[in-house]
Design a protein around this ligand. Structure first.
Ligand code: TYD
Ligand code: MG
Length: 455
């Protein structure tokens, strides 16, 4: 039996130390060390190592001999979810689903189960009672004959039940509540998370069962502590959104079986999540035309172009240090855009608060919406509205130049579908796109050009 040792483990990144530390030398987080009892597991090379090596050598496979025909994926039938998973659930895969509490992770998993009625599913809940789960099922109109609910947190018991029931899919809600008896640290600690997940991965691979592990996110936005889990599992999905908005975005952060750029969009309603298949229309639906501080740009999320409204508000500041707030837009990019506007256009924003918001509660990381954000800021500053039928594309560099963007054609096609008439785009992009006679193109070389031509 291995000897128990007390160690201090950083709950953020899993770094371990023999004494308590105020700041983690690995990930720089403060007060993240918690005392945990771990069992040192130094296996001695046994006398039969020699035999094991011999047998492994005779069984070594050549790359050319390995069978790579993938087991058939389970297609869920929810397009938004299937796409993010890379085309359905891969048998034997382990998927971590992270998100803020209350965002809809349990609901999503329940709806997934409802869609695949011909598969045996075990739903392990460490957070809610069977009654609560049944209530949610009723709310969602859930019907599934081979859906089993287990209220349990001990991994040993769960493993034994999985062994008996032989489900095809197991959902663990949440991984933070699961513990292994051999470890003395409490559920949710890094050692418990790591060990439980390692054991689950073994079961998944040995028995070809797919697991979905639900994980809560900490304030910092990492999947609680389990940054350590991200490299262990096959796929990491993040469910995000503003709780005050109905829209939710499911994003693949890591995917061994598909692209990581894909997103799925859902709307939370009184009877569960519904898929949003026409996000551009939805995000632009509440736009008012003819007001200052609003422009439309296009972002590419995975394989899909999505049109979004970039709103800005510039108002005189009551503070000595003006406020800068970015919602759904990168804060650092906002600071850069303001600096470029001050330097190149000569508008002085130091006495003004600047707020930038992507309507609908979606978060966009792409720099191709820079020019639209800059134009919205200028439009609000001058209180002069931009043409509502205009799409603005382009990244803005530090000297105010507009840089070419990728997939311009796909973005423009989406704008045509929604009836846009004018396209503002970097000069570099103009020669490479398919032109349409119904559109007016306004090529710009820098931010000064853009202001002169459209504001
Ligand atoms: P839930 O799936 O429990 O979130 P999580 O598992 O991520 O903590 O869903 C939480 C919220 O969703 C809760 O505040 C209620 C709301 N909700 C709806 O609006 N409609 C529904 O049909 C359901 C089931 C939940
Ligand atoms: Mg839940």
């Amino acid at each position: 039996m291995a000897k128990p040792v007390t160690k201090y483990i950083c709950q953020n990144c899993g770094y371990s130390s023999l004494r308590w530390l105020g700041k983690c030398p690995e990930c720089d987080s403060w007060s993240s060390f918690v005392e945990e009892i771990v069992y040192s597991d130094k296996r001695k090379l046994s006398s039969n190592t020699h035999n094991i090596v011999e047998s492994k050598i005779t069984n070594l496979s050549k790359v050319s001999d390995i069978d790579i025909t993938e087991d058939k994926r389970v297609v869920i039938g929810m397009e938004e979810l299937d796409r993010v998973l890379g085309g359905g659930i891969v048998p034997g895969s382990v998927v971590l689903v992270g998100g803020d509490p209350g965002i809809g992770k349990s609901t999503l998993m329940m709806q997934l189960s409802d869609k695949i009625k011909d598969h045996t599913i075990l739903y392990v809940s460490g957070e809610e009672s069977q009654k609560q789960i049944k209530l949610r099922c009723e709310r969602l109109g859930f019907e599934h004959d081979e859906f089993y609910i287990l209220s349990e947190t001990s991994l040993e018991i769960i493993a034994a039940i999985v062994d008996k029931l032989k489900p095809e899919i197991v959902i663990i809600d949440s991984i933070q509540t699961i513990y292994r008896n051999e470890l003395e640290s409490s559920p949710g600690s890094v050692s418990q998370l790591r060990e439980s997940t390692a054991a689950i991965i073994q079961i998944a691979k040995a028995k070809n069962i797919s697991f979905f592990l639900i994980g809560h996110i900490t304030k910092e936005g990492v999947i609680a502590g389990p940054k350590v889990l991200e490299h262990m599992v096959d796929t990491v999905l993040q469910f995000e959104g503003e709780r005050t908005h109905a829209y939710r975005v499911l994003r693949a952060i890591k995917n061994r079986f598909g692209s990581t750029n894909e997103i799925g969009i859902f709307e939370m309603t009184g009877t569960g999540l519904i898929e949003v298949k026409n996000p551009s229309e939805v995000f632009l639906a509440q736009r008012s035309r003819g007001i200052s501080g609003s422009s439309v740009s296009a972002s590419i999320e995975g394989s899909r172009p999505i049109l979004i409204e970039v709103q800005a508000l510039v108002s005189s500041s009551g503070y000595s240090v003006p406020q800068r707030t970015a919602t759904g837009f990168d804060y650092k990019r906002l600071a850069i855009l303001i600096a470029v506007l001050e330097k190149k256009i000569g508008i002085h924003l130091s006495k003004f608060d600047v707020f930038v918001n992507i309507a609908g509660g979606i978060k966009i990381d792409e720099p191709s919406i820079d020019l639209a954000a800059a134009m919205s800021i200028c439009s609000s500053f001058k209180d002069s509205p931009l043409d509502a039928d205009m799409l603005i594309l382009g990244e803005v560099g530090l000297s105010g130049e507009t840089r070419g963007i990728s997939f311009a054609d796909r973005r423009i096609q989406e704008a045509i579908k929604l009836g846009f008439k004018k396209i503002v785009l970097p000069k570099n992009n103009l020669k490479n796109i398919k032109k349409s006679n119904d559109l007016e193109y306004i090529p710009v070389e820098n931010i000064q050009d853009a202001i002169r031509l459209i504001l």
